[in-house]
Design a protein around this ligand. Sequence first.
Ligand code: AMP
Length: 422
Amino acid sequence: MNFEDLKLIEPILKALKDQNYKEPTEIQAKSIPLVLSGDDVLGSAQTGTGKTAAFAIPILQHLVKGEQNHQKNRKISSLIVTPTRELAIQIEENFRAYSKYTKLKTTVIFGGVSQHGQTRALSNGIDILVATPGRLLDLMNQGFISINAVKYFVLDEADRMLDMGFIHDIKKIIAKLPKNRQSLFFSATMPQNILDLSRQILVNPEKVAVNAVSSAADTIQQYLYTTNKNNKKELLLHILKDSKLDQVLLFSRTKHGADKIVRNLKKKNINCAAIHGDRNQNQRQRALKDFKDGKIRMLVATDIAARGIDISKLRYVINYDIPNEPETYVHRIGRCGRAGEEGISISICEPEENAYIRDIEKLIKQKLKIISSNPFPQTDQPMTNAEKKEFEKQKQKRKQEFFANRNKKKNQKKSGFKKYRK
Ligand code: AMP
């Protein structure tokens, strides 16, 4: 199938060519016809599947065809709500790219930065608004935004939205939307609370599912180094000696850990930057841009900060620690090998995390490939109480044997000496 088969209009086809998209991804092939025919959609898909274009392309087509693009008096006709700033920025970039040959206007708003630039962009009139929930409500309450003309509403990454505690904000936003609208709802997972929320938003939705979280890892080669805590720093430097690793996203569980890694790498003249919740929006955007532009070799990120980061053609992800939720591992490595590109993940596991690796392997239904040429292999395993008891018993036994042997040798020596003297 190609994009022409989806009956897309010329300006959009041309923009997709500029993007070098050859054919629709699975979620696009399934969703675009449904959205074009006016259905509500409940989509089970995560970032990396091409989900943004799956909703952006048909919405743009609706807007162009519906002649929403009046130059004057524009009203927000499409609202996309997404949980993180990084996702919001990327969705806006995609909308702009796909609509570059139309007159539609898109803007993005998110918290953590001054609202002035955002309200200025809004006051000029826009067709499409991409927003994070908090800032959206804030600007609605201040009277800068009205969503009562929205015809196409998208709730993106619904599960993450709930995890981040946005449920009340979402409900307030939905209450202000006009009843007569088309709604699209995307989530990587579909537990009961997400389905309940979807029922409050969608009317007779068509269901579309691609890439369950456990199969997202299929296209990525996944390697594993097992080591001990005190050797992780050295092992990382050993891994980075390979100059093929020229653009690496490294995950750290904590913000403090991320800063420490960056300090250590900088000491060794490795160009890198951290992105996490304690860095302000400008610092984060700057780091991401430098990384995308190839100015820095490594980006060191925490899970929340990295959520939704889209770096096309990213090949390498390093897990400096192993997440205790196997789904987080799949999300992390899903940052590379996107849209069919080859990806390589390298995980560094210390003894306390061995059990997490077993959980991950169960979820993804495959074994990570252990790297044997490892100068710092794991030397001890965390022990269960029974193992500790057994270990102490054996240690005692070895001690006794040692002394027994030594005494025996001493006695033999003595008796030999005596023999000689005789
Ligand atoms: P998403 O899941 O929306 O975050 O998209 C993941 C990546 O795939 C982004 O870099 C998109 O630009 C890219 N992408 C989306 N659709 C296509 C396509 N049909 N062909 C090639 N790349 C695509």
